[in-house]
Design a binder for this molecule. Structure first.
Ligand code: PLP
Length: 393
């Protein structure tokens, strides 16, 4: 009898929340990963917009190693210098004036902190977006519209209204003087990279200001350079009250941040919230290394140029009906519901892509993806579509 495979061992020992894993990965370098059979892939998903510096980037490895060898964890009874420095750095990169940060270990927890913060306005009503995704805890799920995620866990925290994303009038109609916060992604990630119409964030800001509601932008997927700006909402010139970050912030080391600006920064008071690991010095040192490297390697500019090239290349195939996104957050619509087949054919060809909906493909590669890797993917792309649709040679 042969030894059980990793797939079999996974199925027997891990809860089946994600479905069967597509591969068992063994190592990575830059935008490349290798599976346990030694096959190499170009990673165009980057751990879902997480591996900002790719895999095993020396700056990240040495920051984590050095901090863990110096001071690995202290509890929030004590401060550490990486935590303070990172908070200052994030507020400064936002460029919206004074603000304060609550650090967490994930995006979901950053959203949870934002949700609790919004309750401290004395109001409970939140307006969130259809198609938005904010995480899977009971609180984050209450703010996430997708029925398939919500229904098995109802009742969820209430007083949340969902409105169509990108519709400024629907938003204006839903917000009242009882509304604590409006929550939106500046580009919807999990929905398949949905970009709102021009002027939408400005209109959302106006609506919030008119009613004294907080404008909360969830930049967990779009933030930290992913779209070619430090934060995607900066494109609009809008100043939000709350910003949530996670995913790429520490390049794969778990971290999240809920940042509140202006008066909102003092809504959470002693005893209102807490965390054991949040603000851990190793996670904060990792994030500082990511921010430093984005700056030192000129990655914002690189991401903007390379992202446009990839979008143009993908759109050249007639089986692609629309390509969206900014920088290296890229989504496309296929002319038929074959995204699962396309993702499988891409994997066969040595490229990791994601299929968030039946007709949509999403790419969120490392910000350090090279032009050569992008070219290799664009060259392979028509063949991937042929293989997925049973067309071609
Ligand atoms: C991924 C994501 C979350 C949840 O983050 P986790 O780290 O998975 O908990 C929340 N909001 C947005 C916009 C996301 O993309």
């Amino acid at each position: 009898m042969s030894a059980p495979s990793y797939g079999e061992r996974y199925a027997a020992s891990l809860m089946n929340t994600f479905g069967p894993p597509k591969l068992t990965l063994a190592r990575g370098a830059g935008a490349h990963v290798w599976d346990t059979d030694g096959k190499e892939y170009v990673d165009l998903l980057g751990g879902i917009a997480v591996n900002a510096l790719g895999h095993a980037h020396p700056a990240l490895v040495s920051a984590v190693t050095e901090q863990m060898s110096t001071l690995g964890h202290v509890s929030n009874f004590f401060a550490t210098t990486p935590q303070i420095t990172l908070a200052e750095r994030l507020v400064s990169l936002l460029g919206h004036g004074p603000g304060k940060v609550f650090f967490t270990n994930s995006g979901t927890e950053a959203v949870e902190a934002g949700f609790k913060l919004s309750r401290r306005t004395g109001r409970t009503h939140v307006v969130a977006m259809e198609g938005g995704f904010h995480g899977r805890s009971m609180g984050a799920l209450a703010l996430t519209s997708k029925d398939a995620y919500r229904t098995p866990f109802e009742p969820l925290p209430g007083h949340v209204t969902f409105v169509p994303y990108g519709d400024a009038e629907a938003l204006a109609a839903a917000v009242t003087d009882e509304t604590a916060a409006v929550l939106l992604e500046p580009i919807q990630g999990e929905a398949g990279v949905v970009v709102p119409p021009e002027g939408y964030l400005v209109a959302a800001r106006e609506t919030c200001s008119r009613h004294g509601a907080l404008l909360w932008v969830d930049e967990i997927q779009t933030g930290t350079g992913r779209t070619g700006l430090w934060f995607e909402h900066l494109r609009s010139g809008v100043v939000p009250d709350v910003v949530t970050l996670a995913k790429g912030l520490a390049g794969g080391f778990p971290i999240g941040a809920c940042i509140a600006l202006g008066a909102a920064a003092d809504l959470l008071q002693p005893g209102n919230h807490g965390t054991t690991f949040g603000g851990n010095p190793v996670a904060c040192a990792a994030a500082l290394a990511v921010l430093d490297t984005i700056e030192a390697e000129g990655l914002l500019e690189h991401v903007t140029v390379l992202g446009q090239k990839i979008r143009d290349g993908l759109a050249a195939d007639p089986r692609v009906v629309e390509v969206r996104g900014e920088g290296l957050l890229i989504g496309l619509d296929l002319s038929t519901d074959v995204s699962a087949e396309v993702a499988a054919a891409a994997l066969d060809a040595g490229f990791i892509v994601n299929n968030p909906t039946p007709a949509r493909i999403r790419l969120a590669p490392p910000l350090v993806l090279t032009a050569d890797d992008a070219d290799a993917f664009l060259q392979a792309w028509p063949g991937i579509l042929d293989a997925a649709t049973g067309e071609g040679s």
